[in-house]
Design a protein around this ligand. Structure first.
Ligand code: PMP
Length: 284
């Protein structure tokens, strides 16, 4: 695989980052994942806008531009022959040459790394046909989940708890209300209404979420942004999650309780179709 590090395209085994990098020592970095379908980038502009926002919230400079970053994405997709898959991007506050909690001087070079992951069959994933099972866990993350930092230990532990329980993923719960999935936004459907938590610092502002809610409204589907409890979710007609890497993914059970019929529901299936169709049309 060809990867990108700080201005260079290199074979992955030649790409290196310093042991003093603040991304490594302090999780002082942000990331984005943009999916690739038909060799094209899905919602690149949305991911770039969120990257700028994450950097700004952490007082980190933007080491790149929209134009340059788009070019790097396209070059990696081309060099690695990616038809379906994703491009991962990470920016850290760089290598100050030592370990210190205080930020390094402004002129410290940041680290910018990108690589691709090939996922043949991504759009036609078998999981989308069967739906996934989730468990509920306490949300143990920090209070700025709207910033897409590389601090992913709590979601990673949640994912492992799900696997140990024979499930696929975990929905995180705070004060009885679902925040989101470990790496996706969470939704339920009741009496035709699509219900999802509103935007705040409590959840990541999903790029797929924004697109799906827009498509749902355009298709005259009812969308309600509000808190919902895990108990309400278990009584819902349908449940699903959204993310750049899974698009719209039906959820068929929560903590072992079947949701609705226990099969992917019509709203989730329709939204997945609309999302794939519309976002591929707009892909660049
Ligand atoms: N919430 C969390 C916690 C995530 O990690 C992700 C995936 N990055 C999402 C939601 C979905 O965001 P997006 O649609 O932009 O991939």
């Amino acid at each position: 695989r060809t990867v990108y590090v700080n201005g260079e395209y290199l074979p992955e085994h030649e790409a290196t980052v310093s042991i003093f990098d603040r991304g490594f020592l302090m999780a002082d970095g942000v990331y984005e994942v943009t999916s690739v379908l038909d060799g094209k980038l899905i919602d690149f502009d949305g991911h770039y806008a969120r990257l700028e926002r994450s950097l700004g919230e952490l007082d980190m400079a933007n080491p790149t531009t929209h134009e340059d970053l788009l070019e790097v994405h396209r070059e990696l997709v081309r060099a690695n022959g990616i038809e379906e898959g994703m491009v991962y991007l990470q920016v850290t506050r760089g290598n100050p040459g030592d370990r210190d909690f205080a930020f390094p001087p402004e002129d410290t070079a940041q680290t910018l790394v990108l690589f691709t992951q090939s996922k043949p069959g991504l759009a036609n994933s078998p999981a989308a046909k069967t739906g996934i099972k989730v468990i509920s866990i306490e949300d143990q993350r920090w209070a700025r989940r709207d910033i897409k930092t590389v601090q992913l230990l709590a979601p990673s532990l949640g994912k492992m708890a799900a696997k140990r329980a024979g499930a696929d993923d975990a929905w995180m719960v705070e004060d009885g209300h679902v925040t989101e999935g470990t790496s996706n936004n969470a939704y339920i459907v009741k009496d035709g209404a699509i219900i999802t938590r509103g935007l705040s610092n409590d959840i990541l502002h999903g790029i797929t979420r924004a697109a799906v809610l827009r498509f749902a409204a355009e298709a005259q589907m009812q969308v309600v942004e509000r808190l919902f409890t895990i108990d309400e979710a278990k009584e819902a007609d349908e449940a699903f999650v959204t993310s750049a890497s899974t698009f719209v993914m039906p959820v068929v059970s929560i903590d072992g309780a079947a949701i609705g019929t226990g099969e992917p529901g019509p709203v989730a299936k329709r939204l997945r179709e609309i999302y794939l169709e519309e976002s591929m049309k707009a892909a660049i």
